[in-house]
Design a protein around this ligand. Sequence first.
Ligand code: UGA
Ligand code: MN
Length: 364
Amino acid sequence: MTTGGMPSGSQGCLVGFSKPTVFTGASAMFLLVYLALWKYHDSTNPLLASASSLPGDESRPLPGAHSPRDFLEQIMSCDLDEPKKKNVFLEKNKSMPMIYFVTPTYARSVQMAELTRLGQTLSSVQALHWILVEDSTKCNPVVGQLLRRLGIPFTHLASEMPAAYKKLKIPPRGVSNRRAALKWIRRNVKQGVLYFGDDDNTYDVRLFDEIRDTRNISMFPVGLIGDYAVSAPVVHDGKVVGFYDSWPAGRRFAVDMAGFAVNIKLLHQFPNATFIYEAGFEEDSFLQEIVTDADFIEAKAANCTEILVWHTRTVQVPAAILQPPTQTLTETSISGLLRRLNDLQLATISSKGKPSSVHYLTNV
Ligand code: UGA
Ligand code: MN
């Protein structure tokens, strides 16, 4: 048994097609059937069907070479049909600044566990809009279902890491996604506070009270970073005068992505500020563009002595490849369970996979 895979899973089918000599009648038949199924899949999935380029988005990958700064990502917007929940809260609570929480995410076996945990943390925060950006050409419907279940205001986008960077030994993770979110915010949001929260970190809900009144840029410690177990601004007389971080690496602002928040007015004041595609230097590149005066930095979390965010990392578990049990499957939950494992990226089901079996309690 094979269950229907993720939408992008079977695109490789078109690859061997460049050799006309092997293009037989049988393969033409196969191609036609494949194309028909592909079209059917897309048009029946409401999320994929509603996906389109951002309104007014002219972004396309530039042909040929580009600098790590000037690449133009393609962005998919996957929630255009969503009812506009996002302004309900604002209308009721005009005085409370909205927090725009930007999360880059990518497909892997632990993804749905990470997003479930993070989403449930965010559900308990008032006036928060979650911008979730998948590192992909299209949005995963299972991720979209989670977002809708949570019931919080959200924006669901997709923007894939450019192919050239995927090949690097240390690729710049989450950059195209965060750049896409910056574009979306600049187009759609005038005021509020921006925070970059990766999907695997741990957030103390007190963090949101701290960053909500960010006037320009606020900074605070992040636990579990590098050899010092922390990356933290150093405060003297209420001002940030340096950084306690075991990897200075020539950076002016030696901070982690989770260690700062920005007032959205700065994004409009500096319309070109963005992240560069260079692992380890993303934060510094962005901050150097928007922090013109170090005196503007607001120290949070008890003058940068408290830890309200942790750079936790989840062990990566490869997805299992499973053969369905050979025992009678009809009328048991097994086929439904295996389909769900496939949807959640926990396992792929294949006749070539690892044999599996059920230990029955009773005869069925
Ligand atoms: C650290 C920082 O905390 C990141 O903010 C920074 O982007 C990264 O280093 C870097 O400099 O490359 P780290 O924990 O090492 O992050 O990296 P991950 O947690 O694996 O990735 C950061 C974020 O990007 C996550 O939210 C992850 O889901 C996302 N990501 C990762 C992608 O969107 N695509 C990928 O291929 C990998
Ligand atoms: Mn991480």
